[in-house]
Design a binder for this molecule. Structure first.
Ligand code: NAG
Ligand code: NAG
Ligand code: NAG
Ligand code: ZN
Length: 448
């Protein structure tokens, strides 16, 4: 016991001097590192698990901020998710480096200090720890991509454009869906590998009006393009659009997800449509699982982009919607004229709304049952410069003529949740033919 304690002490002492070493840390090492950070920096970090993988590994999330344990009004919630595909290992490494960078520079580095004082940052370094543990250290192939049940987690979310009710939701996906209900995330990115490009929603389409010239365009397309370019131009080379020798050229280093390749059940569309959280899919390395010697260079290339992207959580407008008594109200609909979101943005349980918008003039409409509909025109500055979105609180007036409130589509309150764990026995096994076809397709496409 004494030797163990001594080792632990020496380890934390060494890592506090030299920072986190560049390398691939297995699940136990990662857990130890995160617990150590949580223990030594309780004022600015809070570690919790959002669930477990199929093989029972905890899905650890480290929260960083001035108030890591709870949400504060006006402080937006931001998140990074890594290693959703188990063999795409660079995101996992970079997110641990980011934790090291942020925690070691708080109160000494002005940018880090302002970021952590003005937002609450949630980091899930590995969404698929089982896949990671079973990965081969290869650049291109798919060993370790899937979870323990052989499922691609980035195809397993409810989809806005097609029904996926016949699908069983994997434990890792359910954990993330539940997580999205516990916090009102505003901005997010999900780190992958196998290409170098920032991909933005939509990833799917049902060939309705969203499909324009081969792109599946969301109502917040201008914001998404800006967010993707913020990453690609803050990255040392992503914006050049041709970082990987074998890939296609991406203009500005960004792409509409659907235009690249259509993808049902993806996590970024789910975040955007159902959780009111704008999410990008960041492809950050040509090689999915590169030699460790390349990790410092990958960190240097991505570090400014990871920080600049976090600062974008302050775009647009935020505020509290209150009823005529001044009490914050949940589920007031806050719409921006000209943006018909599949599911209208609503206030959360604290009565707060956050809308990421580029600088300009906007008309916002607030509806709530039993109250007059309010329409305001506001002038939105560039929030990231001030580390705060424009604050615009709304006080509603009671009205006897109710019924003007926007009706939410049924699917917005209950996205199709798929088959519950207990129903899974009724699923028919896929035919050998389907399995073989899928296998060959995966090998051919060598998906990112
Ligand atoms: C994090 O630290 C707190 C306070 O030191 C402790 O109570 C808690 O158990 C720690 N959490 C984990 C997951 O280790
Ligand atoms: C950040 O918050 C800390 C703790 O409240 C405070 O001491 C510090 O002055 C703040 N720094 C900035 C730049 O806001
Ligand atoms: C926004 O409105 C203000 C007046 O409130 C006006 O001066 C400004 O030019 C407008 N900006 C744009 C981009 O239309
Ligand atoms: Zn991937």
């Amino acid at each position: 016991m004494f030797v163990f304690t001594l080792c632990l002490f020496l380890w934390s002492w060494l890592s506090s001097i030299h920072g986190l070493e560049f390398g691939y840390h297995n699940s136990m090492e990662m857990e130890q590192y995160l617990k150590d950070i949580n223990r030594t920096l309780p004022d600015i970090t809070h570690l919790h698990s959002i669930g477990q993988s199929v093989e029972g590994r905890e899905l650890w999330v480290l929260i960083l901020g001035q108030h890591p344990r709870e949400h504060r009004t006006g402080i937006p919630e931001f998140k990074y998710v890594g290693n959703m595909h188990g063999n795409e290992a660079v995101g996992r490494v970079l997110l641990l480096q980011l934790i090291d960078y942020l925690t070691s520079r708080y109160l000494s580095d002005p940018l880090v200090t302002r970021l952590l004082n003005s937002s609450r940052v949630h980091i899930l370094p590995s969404m698929n720890p089982d896949g990671f543990e079973s990965s081969a250290r290869e650049c291109m192939y798919t060993k370790g991509r899937y979870n323990k049940n052989g499922v691609d987690l980035n195809r397993n979310f409810p989809d806005a454009f097609e029904s996926t009710t016949d699908q069983k939701r994997e434990k890792e996906v359910r954990a993330v869906m539940d997580w999205l209900q516990t916090e009102s995330f505003v901005l997010s990115a999900n780190l992958h590998g196998g290409a170098v490009v920032a991909s933005y929603p939509y990833d799917n389409s049902n060939r309705g009006s969203e499909l324009q010239g081969g792109l599946s365009i969301s109502p917040d397309d201008d914001v998404f393009v800006h967010l993707a370019k913020t990453y690609s131009y803050s990255h040392s080379e992503m914006h050049s659009g041709n970082s990987c020798y074998d890939s296609q050229d991406f203009s500005h280093g960004i792409t509409n997800g659907y235009h690249w390749y259509p993808l049902p059940g993806g996590m970024q569309d789910y975040n955007y449509v159902w959780a009111q959280c704008l999410e990008l899919t960041l492809e950050i390395s040509c090689c999915k699982y590169p030699p460790e010697a390349q990790l410092p260079g990958l960190w240097a290339a991505n570090k400014p982009a990871l920080l600049a992207y976090m600062q974008q959580v302050h775009l647009g407008v935020k505020g509290v919607v209150m009823d005529s008594y001044g009490k914050p109200v949940q589920n007031a609909v806050v719409e921006v004229a000209g943006r018909r979101n599949v599911c209208p943005f609503r206030t959360d349980r604290n009565g707060e709304y956050y809308r990421l918008l580029l600088p300009g003039n906007y008309t916002i409409k607030v509806t709530y049952p039993g109250h007059k509909t309010l329409t305001h025109t506001i002038r939105v500055p560039y929030g990231p410069d001030a580390f705060s979105a424009l604050t615009h609180n709304v006080l509603l007036q009671h009205s006897d003529y109710s019924s003007t409130a926007t009706q939410l589509p049924q699917s917005c309150t209950t996205p199709d949740l798929g088959i519950q764990e207990s129903d899974s026995a009724t699923l028919l096994p896929p035919s050998v033919f389907t399995a073989l076809t899928l296998f060959l397709l995966q090998r051919l496409l060598m998906l990112s």
